[in-house]
Design a protein around this ligand. Structure first.
Ligand code: SF4
Length: 339
């Protein structure tokens, strides 16, 4: 494992929102985490918990989707992406930080050959000519396991299956050797076999390329299989963060405990999946208390009145929950080695 303590991306107190006909949707509410060189960090939670909005905010792509970033910092090697000029940000997008989306169908241009779509960022960011960019596109298609790449490079997206389209998207994302890859539910639209094959590509990237990956998913099974560290999100906020080993072994936040109870046990000791009762909170005008309180079996009076800070429950492990008031409050950036 190529993981180190070398932090390359820091998200600090990020706040992002969408405009909707019903009001302002507070999609990300003061979320902080770090990404280190060579690690896979998973953002996990139910649909609508803010994990995709967080991924989109890192590259400021949320701004083109009726969204805006209203607070915080996103530091890439110490430079705040939120303060970067459009020109500088364009240089970072694709060549330094790339993103893969969950629906390859809508991300590919239907009237362009896949080879041209892979070659385009190579010519743009790496300055290669058409011939060399095509050769690199071919090499990338082989790397992500697209069969008969010499023939398929001149085919159009509609000639590819869902799994093969997602491989094309991964090839485009990898085209300029990015340092950070953000993968947003990259296997959601795929069948079981394609899903396993795509996850093999991610494992290979992590092990052989020392790439830092932010893996966004609602699937705790995939997290256990691929991630080093985990950030559990609930209702746009961070509920818990820590190493996968710690969080799976000793989950601190009642929401994480609930998510893990939903997982089938490998040993077979857990025969029934236990769903979390209740529904996710509305992100329009959310009250400033613990947003998990209507679903929490441990709810106390203060949980309905005040928002809990994040408590440092162990080195590198924190939880936003009043069950841990005996631990110090976590301040983003103040504690070395914190998720
Ligand atoms: Fe439950 Fe209170 Fe903790 Fe919220 S702060 S998760 S309601 S115990």
């Amino acid at each position: 494992m190529a993981q180190s303590n070398d932090v390359i991306l820091e998200v600090r107190g990020l706040k992002a929102q969408y405009r909707s006909p019903r009001g302002i949707v507070k999609a990300v509410d003061q979320v902080s985490f770090d990404l280190r060189r060579g690690e896979t960090l998973s953002l996990v939670g139910e649909s609508g918990c803010g994990k995709t909005a967080t991924g989109l905010s890192i590259l400021r792509l949320i701004e083109g989707l009726r969204g805006e970033i209203v607070g915080g910092q996103i530091l890439y090697h110490g430079n705040d992406l939120l303060k970067m000029s459009s020109e500088k940000l364009r240089q970072v997008r694709g060549s330094k930080i790339a993103m893969i989306f969950q629906d390859p169908q809508s991300s590919l241009n239907p009237v362009l050959k896949v080879g041209d779509q892979i070659a385009e960022p190579i010519m743009l960011h790496m300055g290669l000519g058409k011939k060399d960019a095509r050769a690199r596109a071919l090499e990338l298609m082989k790397q992500v396991g697209i069969p008969f790449p010499e023939r398929r490079i001149d085919e159009y997206p509609h000639q590819f299956s869902g799994g093969m389209k997602q491989r094309v998207m991964i090839a485009i994302a990898l085209s300029c050797n990015p340092e950070v890859l953000i993968a947003d539910e990259p296997t959601t639209a795929l069948d079981v076999t394609s899903k396993a094959q795509i996850m093999d590509i991610f494992r290979h990237l992590k092990e052989n390329k020392s790439m830092s990956i932010i893996f966004i998913t609602h699937d705790m099974g995939l997290v256990a299989d691929t991630a080093d560290r985990i950030v559990v999100m609930y209702g746009g906020r961070l509920a818990e963060a820590g190493t996968v080993l710690h969080v799976f072994d000793t989950p601190q936040h009642p929401y994480t405990m609930g998510l893990l109870k939903c997982l089938p046990s490998i040993s077979g000791s857990q025969t029934r999946l236990v769903p979390i009762a209740g529904t996710i909170p509305s992100l329009i005008d959310p009250p400033d208390n613990c947003n998990f309180n209507p679903r929490c079996p441990y709810v106390m009076k203060m949980c309905r009145e005040v928002r809990p800070p994040e408590y440092q429950t162990a080195p590198g492990h924190r939880a936003a929950c009043f069950l841990y008031t005996q631990f110090p409050v976590h301040s983003p950036g103040a504690v070395a080695g914190v998720a």
